[in-house]
Design a protein around this ligand. Structure first.
Ligand SMILES: Cc1cc2nc3c(=O)[nH]c(=O)nc-3n(C[C@H](O)[C@H](O)[C@H](O)COP(=O)(O)OP(=O)(O)OC[C@H]3O[C@@H](n4cnc5c(N)ncnc54)[C@H](O)[C@@H]3O)c2cc1C
Length: 380
């Protein structure tokens, strides 16, 4: 039997909380978003100039398929915003060993009918003059894929939510009771609703320590390329470089944003409350991963180095599940959740309204099952 819309509390104003709030409000839920910080929150996982979206997902066929559904959800958001915050760049993947993630991605992509252009590593520097082919054994390019302008997306979502009548309250939640859809604030007040959604990003382990999620401190560096390479970088694809020492990813400086480098590996530790400033040694760890691939990296100007936190779950599978009688948890996004934010918000709102979907949603969100019929808008 469908569940009637009532009042909803959404804890967290990152991409997940805002997307869920928006989709719930569209279904008639009278929704309040709680966040300890101003939104968009510079301490949140979602806040940065950019995030990447790509189909290449190794052997994870579920998440690869979900990317098509995610693109459709972004298109619905662009239509509501009246503008797109997506810059298509294509995706260049490179590896220093045959097979592995590249091999699995190539097989999965081709199996699903996506075009994959194999590239002889030695030919790469002629196409992309910022690169050296040293040690590379494999490379491919896929299109579509590109850059989501995260800070502009959050600002736009916030505006849409406000227009929808969603209320925002800045307050730190010290405890949640999903059984009764209650949240206790730092000043001792308890708020109650018919539904509680916990979308606390890397703070999740602090609020719900029994959930299998931990925070991981990830350092990113923002760079200005030398003038001679500037236009080549502006036209470059996003890059995934996989090496034995972990490799790095590069987000090209599109739409006025900066070039960003980050690390594929998870940090062994982290806490969402720790400072975001990164030390010179932490910045150097990222630069060291890229030095072999980006010759002359010391001629790039280091604009900023800072930390951002992932909420990591076992096998990097999302946790989108009912919690107690009146709660839902959205977490475990493991550094790859942003691209799915609007899609997961819509899916959550559908499942909240329909208990039959609620039992099937977690397996789909974990990348282990196709979307149950009726979960996504038709045509998605
Ligand atoms: C450096 C980096 C690069 C990434 N790259 C990509 C990428 O290329 N592609 C991709 O798809 N994904 C990427 N991700 C992952 C993606 O950004 C995250 O999965 C996603 O943003 C998580 O969103 P969220 O809303 O769950 O968390 P957040 O954005 O962290 O939002 C959670 C909010 O909850 C609030 N909150 C928490 N606890 C409390 C409390 N007790 N009381 C009140 N408020 C509270 C916080 O203040 C915060 O604003 C990346 C992440 C990082 C850090």
């Amino acid at each position: 039997m469908p569940v009637a819309a009532g009042t909803a509390l959404v804890l967290g104003g990152g991409i997940m909380g805002l997307s869920a709030a928006r989709a719930l409000a569209a279904q008639g839920w009278r929704t309040t978003v709680l966040d300890q910080d101003p939104i968009p929150n510079p301490r949140g996982s979602s806040h940065d100039q950019h995030r990447l979206i790509r189909h290449a997902y190794g052997a994870e066929l579920g998440y690869m398929a979900m990317v098509d559904q995610a693109f459709a959800a972004w298109d619905r958001l662009w239509a509501d915003l009246g503008t797109s915050h997506y810059v298509p760049t294509g995706v260049l993947a490179m590896a220093e060993a045959p097979g592995g993630w590249l091999g699995a991605s190539r097989a999965a992509l081709r199996g699903a009918g996506h075009a994959v252009e194999d590239i002889a590593p030695d030919s790469l520097p002629a196409r992309l003059p910022m690169l050296a082919a040293t040690g590379l054994t494999d490379a491919f390019l896929t299109i579509p894929g590109g850059v989501l302008l995260a800070d502009r997306i959050l600002a736009g979502l916030l505006r849409l939510c406000t227009t929808q009548g969603i209320r925002f309250r800045q307050a730190r939640v010290t405890a949640v009771d999903p059984e009764h859809a209650r949240a206790t604030l730092a000043d001792g007040t308890t708020l109650a609703a018919d539904l509680l959604v916990v979308a606390a990003g890397p703070w999740l382990p602090r609020l719900l320590p029994a959930q299998p999620v931990r925070a991981s401190r990830q350092v990113i560096v923002m760079l200005e390329p030398p003038a001679a390479l500037r236009s080549a970088w502006e036209a470059a694809p996003m890059m995934l470089d996989l090496a034995d020492d972990g490799g790095f990813y590069a987000v090209p400086p599109v739409a006025g944003a900066t070039l960003k480098l980050g690390d594929h590996r998870f940090a062994p530790s982290g806490d969402a409350e720790e400072p975001r400033a990164a030390s010179p040694a932490e910045a150097e760890e990222i630069l060291a991963l890229a030095r072999r691939r980006l010759p002359g990296l010391d001629r790039y100007r280091l604009l900023e180095a800072r930390a951002c936190h992932y909420d990591v779950s076992p096998e990097e599978r999302f946790l989108l599940a009912p919690l107690g009688a009146r709660g839902w948890v959205m977490g475990g996004f493991s550094g790859h959740g942003f691209k799915f934010g609007p899609l997961l918000g819509e899916a959550l709102a559908s499942a909240v309204a329909n208990p039959a979907l609620a039992t099937l949603l977690p397996a789909w969100a974990a990348g282990l099952a196709p979307p149950p019929p009726g979960l996504l808008p038709s045509g998605a």
